[in-house]
Design a protein around this ligand. Structure first.
Ligand SMILES: [Zn+2]
Length: 291
C-alpha cells in the first residue's frame, strides 16, 4: 500500500486516444492483462493471495490503460457470482493486502464496471445502451443520447474547534470505532456548503470555514471522496437517530494514542483503516494542518 491512502498510487496511463483506435485496441486485446470481476465485484486469487490475471481480453472488456512497461490492462465481468469454494477477494481486503499498483487497477476496474452494470439502459427512453470507446461511453441507438461514466462526489472532513477533532460513529461499526464526518454532495450545492450542511445534520456543530486537501476515488461503489479540513465552533455535538449514533470531540493526545494502538482490540478509540483518506486527514490535523 502507498504511504498515504489506497487507490491513488501507480495508476495506469488511461491512454484516451487508444480508446477510439479500435484497430490498435484489437491488437492489444490478444495479449493484454485482463482482470475479471464477478457480479459482486470480487476477483479470483491465486494461492499467494494475488489476483488471477487472464492473458487476452474479450471484445466487450473495458480498456483500463497501459502500465509503465507498456502492458495493456482490461477489465471484464463474469455473468455470475463466484462459487463460495473458489478463492476470491473483495476490493476492501485487496487494498490492505495487495501492492499499490494492483489495488489501484482493481479500484479503476471496479468503478467503471459498476457504472456499466448500473447503466445498461438509456435513462431517457429505456433502450439498451451500446458501449463504445473501449467501454467508456454508452450510446442510445433509439434517441441518440450519450452516457459517460460518473463518480458521485462526497465530502469528507476533519473538523476541529482549534483544540480538538470531531469524530463520529455509525451504528453497526466495530465498538469504539470513530471516523471523520462525510456525506454526499447534493445537486446545486458547493463542496463548502455540503460540508456545513453535513456536519450540522450529523452533529449540530457549526463549521465556520474549510479548506480542500486531497481526494480519493472510493469505488464502494462509485464515490469520489473530497477531503477537507475545517474549523468550527466548539459546539457540543448532538446526534439524530437516522444519522450518526454518536459524535464527540477528541483531544490530540487521544487521537495520537489511537493511531499508535492500531492492533489493540481494547483501545478506547479505534480509527478507520489505513486504506481510507479519513485516516490521512486525521494525521494531517495532528501534524498541525489547519483550515
Ligand atoms: Zn434513448
Amino acid at each position: 500500500m502507498n504511504p498515504f491512502f489506497a487507490f491513488i498510487d501507480q495508476a495506469l496511463d488511461r491512454a484516451d486516444l487508444l480508446r477510439r483506435d479500435s484497430a490498435r485496441l484489437d491488437g492489444l486485446r490478444r495479449t493484454a492483462h485482463c482482470l475479471w470481476l464477478d457480479t459482486h465485484g470480487r476477483v479470483a486469487i491465486r494461492a499467494d493471495g494475488l489476483p488471477q490475471i487472464a492473458r487476452g481480453a474479450p471484445d466487450d472488456a473495458v480498456f483500463l490503460g497501459c502500465a509503465e512497461n507498456g502492458e495493456a490492462w482490461f477489465a471484464a465481468r463474469y455473468d455470475a457470482p463466484f462459487a463460495d469454494d473458489r478463492a476470491h477477494i473483495d476490493l476492501r481486503r485487496a487494498a490492505l493486502q495487495w501492492p499499490a499498483f494492483l489495488s489501484t487497477v482493481y479500484a479503476q476496474a471496479s468503478a467503471v464496471l459498476h457504472w456499466q452494470t448500473s447503466h445498461r439502459f438509456c435513462p431517457a427512453c429505456g433502450t439498451r445502451l451500446d458501449y463504445r470507446n473501449a467501454g467508456w461511453q454508452g450510446d442510445c441507438a433509439a434517441c441518440g443520447r450519450v452516457e459517460y461514466p460518473r463518480s458521485d462526489p462526497a465530502v469528507i472532513v476533519a473538523v476541529s474547534d482549534g483544540e480538538r477533532l470531531l469524530l463520529g460513529r455509525q451504528s453497526g461499526w466495530p465498538a469504539r470505532r470513530y471516523s471523520t464526518l462525510a456525506g454526499f454532495v447534493e445537486p446545486g450545492e458547493s463542496l463548502e456548503q455540503a460540508i456545513v450542511r453535513e456536519v450540522w445534520e450529523e452533529s449540530r456543530v457549526r463549521v465556520l470555514r474549510s479548506r480542500y486537501l486531497a481526494s480519493q476515488p472510493w469505488p464502494f461503489p462509485g464515490a469520489l471522496m473530497l477531503g477537507f479540513i475545517a474549523h468550527a465552533e466548539a459546539d457540543a455535538p448532538q446526534t439524530e437517530q437516522d444519522e450518526l449514533e454518536d459524535a464527540r470531540w477528541f483531544s490530540a493526545a487521544q487521537v495520537q494514542a489511537a493511531l499508535a494502538a492500531d492492533d489493540d482490540e481494547n483501545a478506547p478509540l479505534k480509527l478507520s483503516p489505513p486504506i481510507s483518506i479519513s485516516r490521512w486527514l486525521i494525521t494531517q490535523w495532528l501534524a498541525g494542518v489547519r483550515a
